[in-house]
Design a protein around this ligand. Structure first.
Ligand SMILES: NC(=O)c1ccc[n+]([C@@H]2O[C@H](COP(=O)([O-])OP(=O)(O)OC[C@H]3O[C@@H](n4cnc5c(N)ncnc54)[C@H](O)[C@@H]3O)[C@@H](O)[C@H]2O)c1
Length: 418
């Protein structure tokens, strides 16, 4: 996420230095080589590196600059434990607060964190000899993966939290220069900015949980979710965007933030029910899917199940928090032989589920399969051939919660939709 801000600001003519602790990334980025799928970001990365506007180095070699804006965009939470990575922030506070500067520097927290984290970080800064000379602001990021550069360049809004106007001034000035006038800048306290970020992701999770639950209901009642969804979404208060059924919501942010809002760290006690419900519906969806498969093909023990797509989002390679990966693990627990094919992921095994093999082709994954499940709505799966697959599989049973296949055509080829 931080790289999108770095490249955007470099593109706007600001000198940017990226500090990254992973030596492999430090080596590859200047060559324009990205370790994730963001085509526009890659293009601009290359030009900004070539022009010398953007440089990158390890923390040990980071220049200590006067009069600088320092964005912190690290992975701030221990995934699955939903606990703060406090030691990383302690190190940063030490580094930032150890030297005296002539001009004021502003530290900007962009990583998502628990409510009250900025206050805790300020305390860490203030323990340092010159920590009190630093300004602190919270500037959450709302970009969508796959559109990291586009969303950074044209955000729907910018949120800047700070305790005093002077603390956010340098950042407001910068954003006023690099963004068009019509981009709203919402000025808040640090905690309000933190809750805006968590609340946004909980809202999106809940909206997705709703459409998935509705789709489950429609499936059970034998109804067409597409028509139901359209009929509801055409109400302008509801809207049609971000309202598509699938395998539930995933990724590195939404499930994490539903957990973070209910974190008990930093004396938080509020129980945010909406977030819990969204997570529960996500789980229930996969349990229901496994039951439907059992109903269609019998016990899953030793049955081959082909899972097409493992990324959490269409046309990306990111499997963090992916429901497809969760499903693969659930099926494997039932004794099924899960084989995954994902056109965006190379290797022999599924990242995040290393016991599950990755096939090189759709045909290899589907050969002799008792059922085929669409795990991710990758565009190219829309063009899967029912005729070819019907000659490969053992049972013509398919699961497509994303509704990307032409059902009548597949049914004509003998497939049953579970
Ligand atoms: N991915 C998104 O779309 C997105 C959107 C909005 C907010 N966020 C938030 O942004 C934060 C980062 O997410 P991400 O997906 O970019 O994570 P990431 O893991 O892809 O990137 C974090 C980078 O920080 C580096 N890093 C970690 N500790 C460091 C340290 N002490 N010094 C130098 N480098 C360090 C890591 O090596 C890694 O390359 C998270 O808090 C996340 O919730 C992410």
């Amino acid at each position: 996420m931080g790289l999108a801000t770095a490249v955007f600001l470099a593109k706007k003519g600001r000198p940017v230095h990226v500090v990254e602790k992973n030596p492999q990334i430090v080596e590859n980025l200047p060559k324009g080589s990205l370790h994730f799928h963001e085509p526009t970001l890659r293009k601009h990365l290359e030009t900004t590196v070539k022009s010398g506007q953007l440089t990158i180095g390890l923390p040990e070699a980071a220049p200590f600059q006067d009069n600088a804006l320092i964005f912190i965009a690290i992975d701030s939470v221990v995934q699955d434990l939903w606990k703060m990575r406090l030691s990383s922030f302690e190190q940063m506070a030490q580094w930032l607060g150890q030297r005296k500067t002539r001009h004021k520097r502003t530290v900007i927290l962009k990583s998502t964190n628990i409510l009250g984290f900025a206050d805790a970080f300020r305390e860490l800064l203030w323990k340092q000899p010159h920590g009190k000379t630093l300004s602190l602001a919270v500037n959450p990021e709302f970009l969508r993966e796959g559109f990291a550069y586009e969303d950074t360049e044209s955000p729907w809004r910018v949120v800047i939290g700070a305790e005093k106007p002077a603390e956010r001034r340098a950042l407001v000035d910068l954003y006023r220069e690099v963004y068009p006038k019509n981009v709203p800048i919402v000025k808040t306290t640090c905690k309000e900015a933190e809750l805006i970020k968590l609340g946004s992701n909980v809202y999106l999770s809940h909206r997705l949980a709703f459409i998935h639950e509705l789709a489950d209901y429609a499936r059970q009642a034998g109804l067409d979710i597409d028509r139901v969804r359209q009929g509801i979404g055409l109400d302008e208060r509801v809207g049609q965007g971000y309202f598509n059924p699938g395998l539930g919501f995933g990724g590195s942010c939404l499930p994490k933030d539903c957990n973070l809002i209910n974190s008990r760290e930093l004396d938080n006690t509020f129980e945010f029910k909406t977030a819990q419900t969204a997570l529960e519906i996500n789980q229930r969806l996969l349990d229901g899917l496994v039951s439907r498969l059992e109903h269609a093909v019998g016990q899953l023990q030793d049955k081959k199940i082909a899972l097409l797509g493992a990324a959490f989002k269409a046309d990306l390679d990111d499997t963090r928090g992916s429901q497809a990966v969760n499903l693969a693990l659930k099926l494997a627990e039932k004794g099924a032989q899960v084989v995954v094919f994902d056109p965006f992921i190379d290797g022999a095994y599924l990242p995040g589920a290393e016991a599950i093999p990755l096939a090189d082709t759709v045909d290899e994954a589907c050969h002799d399969a008792s059922a085929v499940v669409i795990g991710t709505a990758h565009s190219r799966f829309r063009r899967l051939s029912a005729k070819t697959l019907s000659g490969l599989v053992r049972n013509k049973v398919i699961v497509d919660y994303f509704r990307i296949l032409n059902q009548p055509r597949w049914q004509k080829a003998g497939f049953t939709f579970a």
